[in-house]
Design a protein around this ligand. Structure first.
Ligand code: PLP
Length: 521
């Protein structure tokens, strides 16, 4: 397997090299030159998983193929420069009892759709699925490549990536982790999770701007040769924990295979039957992973791309025009409040037949005019397998209330966007192929909105809503969210996007001073 840039630099990299770099030297994203075929039939594999601890009673007590085995088969196909032992060690180190379900990502059946719950990791959002393993992949890659500089990981976050990256990288040898989040663009609980983060190598800043400002600044810093050279002289090398890093995407392909395997094991589908995958989308990483799964041979009919009020992608799918010239709307699904969806660049590259001139042209146009129009080929390519829809807050919130009242199943504010869009898809197309909805966060992360949606009264702050939701539903509060209110706040920095580069340099100088004085005394 080889990885190259979407924008024309023809240097080929191994998986390990692409993971260390994060972004390609010409600011393109790394893509696999070829997508491997991966068998979805696990019937010959040993099933040794523990009993399903989730509410999906159907297979309680039965065993199934363990998550780790599925992850191994999928990831080894994409990262064939890792030895079996290296990859096994990464997988075993990531998918363990940090997750509060032995299934890692339980698949739960409701009347109309199956939900794959991707939020059972430490930070209660789906970002843990990839960010619990990225530090292992990165440190393994650093060893493989004999890289001896410290790796400085830059992360822009719309709320969930930041905390998951911090948890993953806190006190990991040889790394410094920086997280930048939009000051008024994350939930109270998301913010508190980040600013209370422990670890000597963690750095967290609020920025005065939105997620796109933070992400653009991170990309600009990573593409700045002079800045990188200066850091390199100091013994540092930049990388990223955003889904621009291929080390984020590859682990995400695995759970779509896992969902399929579970549905076959339960007799919901026969092996070889199609499923539909529905994804609440922001930066386009999660749904791109579903597309890679489809290209790798997983029987997936449609991919349904669900957006909130920031419906750039819905419009792209409908019109072939990507237009970010619109108001940035803060919604109750902040992790989807994004107007520049980075990973779309990868899909466009694949659908254009690897035409990097075409892609570089789109991206130049996006930078100068905040819009571009895709070719007829790409537009048809997208429509061939993707259906796009959006749901405004009132519509998605009422589904939270409805599903809770009818079936006792609780969705968060992101998952409910996907659910509402899926119902629209059903109504408009009549396509009743079994659906898997990516359930991306615990309802407790967005407790205020969810409490409102199921009809609970007002509380004093976000933390009181967690207690109220717990009292009303009886659903256990994820360990990472318990006691959050009383944790010490350790990070208070606020910067503009333009000040990020200097903040990084200053913090690194301080870390070095600390390291040197501790090694002296
Ligand atoms: C990040 C996130 C999304 C969006 O995923 P992308 O990969 O950025 O499209 C949706 N829901 C939640 C809860 C998230 O944290």
């Amino acid at each position: 397997m080889e990885y190259i840039s979407t924008r024309g630099d023809e240097t080929k990299f191994t998986g390990a090299q692409a993971i260390i770099q994060g972004l390609a030297p010409d600011k393109g994203l790394f893509v696999p030159t070829e997508i491997p075929k991966i068998d979805y039939d696990f019937s010959g594999a040993d099933g040794a998983a523990g009993a399903d601890g989730s509410r999906a009673g159907a297979d309680a007590g039965k065993t199934g193929v363990p998550y780790r085995d599925v992850a191994y088969r999928v990831m080894s196909a994409f990262l064939d420069d890792f030895t079996d032992e290296e990859l096994r060690r990464c997988i075993d180190g990531a998918y363990d009892d940090k997750f509060d379900s032995p299934e890692i990502s339980p698949v739960v059946k409701t009347e109309r759709a199956n939900f794959i719950e991707l939020y059972h990791g430490r930070t209660a959002a789906f970002k843990d699925m990839a960010l619990s393993i990225l530090p292992h992949l990165l440190t393994t890659s650093v060893r493989k490549e004999n890289e001896n500089r410290r790796i400085v990981i830059l992360t822009a976050t719309s709320g969930d990536t930041g905390k998951a990256a911090l948890e993953g990288f806190a006190d990991v040898e040889g790394t410094e982790i920086f997280v930048f989040y939009p000051k008024d663009g994350v939930s109270e609980i998301q913010e508190r999770q980040m600013v209370t983060q422990g670890g000597a190598n963690t750095h967290v800043y609020a920025i005065e701007g939105n997620f796109d400002d933070a992400q653009n600044a991170v990309k600009a810093i990573m593409g700045d040769r002079d800045y990188k050279a200066a850091l390199s002289d100091g013994g540092y090398r930049l990388s990223s924990a955003n889904s621009i890093n291929i080390g984020r995407l590859v682990p995400q392909v695995a759970y779509y295979y896992f969902a399929y395997v579970r549905l076959v094991e339960r007799g919901e589908i026969a092996s070889g039957d199609d499923i539909i995958i529905v994804v609440p989308t922001g930066n386009f990483g999660n749904i791109l992973a579903a597309w890679y799964a489809r290209e790798a041979g997983l029987p997936v009919g449609r991919l349904v791309c669900a957006s909130n009020e920031n419906r750039v992608l819905t419009d792209l799918i409908g019109t072939g025009v990507y237009d970010a010239n619109r108001e940035f709307i803060l919604t109750s699904s902040p992790s989807m409040d994004i107007l520049i969806s980075s990973n779309l660049e990868r899909l466009l590259w694949h659908l254009s037949g690897g035409d990097s001139d075409e892609i570089a042209g789109y991206m130049r146009s996006l930078e100068s005019e905040r819009r571009y129009e895709v070719s007829a080929r790409v537009r048809e390519g997208i429509r061939d397998f993707m259906w796009g829809g959006s749901a405004v807050m009132e519509r998605s919130h009422s589904e939270i209330g409805e599903l809770w009242a009818r079936e006792g199943y609780l969705m968060d504010t992101h998952t409910s966007v996907a659910y509402r869009v899926y119902l629209d898809y059903l109504e408009k197309t009549g396509d009743d192929t079994p659906a898997v909805i990516a359930s991306t966060a615990s309802a407790y992360k967005f407790a205020r909105r969810v409490a409102g949606a199921i009809g609970l009264g007002a509380e004093s702050d976000g933390f009181a809503y967690i207690d109220a939701l717990n009292a009303a539903t009886g659903i256990p509060v994820p360990a990472g969210l318990r006691g959050l209110r009383d944790k010490e706040i350790r990070h208070r920095g606020v910067v503009t996007a333009g000040e990020m580069a200097d903040a990084i340099r200053a913090d690194l100088a301080r870390s070095r001073g600390r390291a040197e004085s501790s090694s002296v005394g």
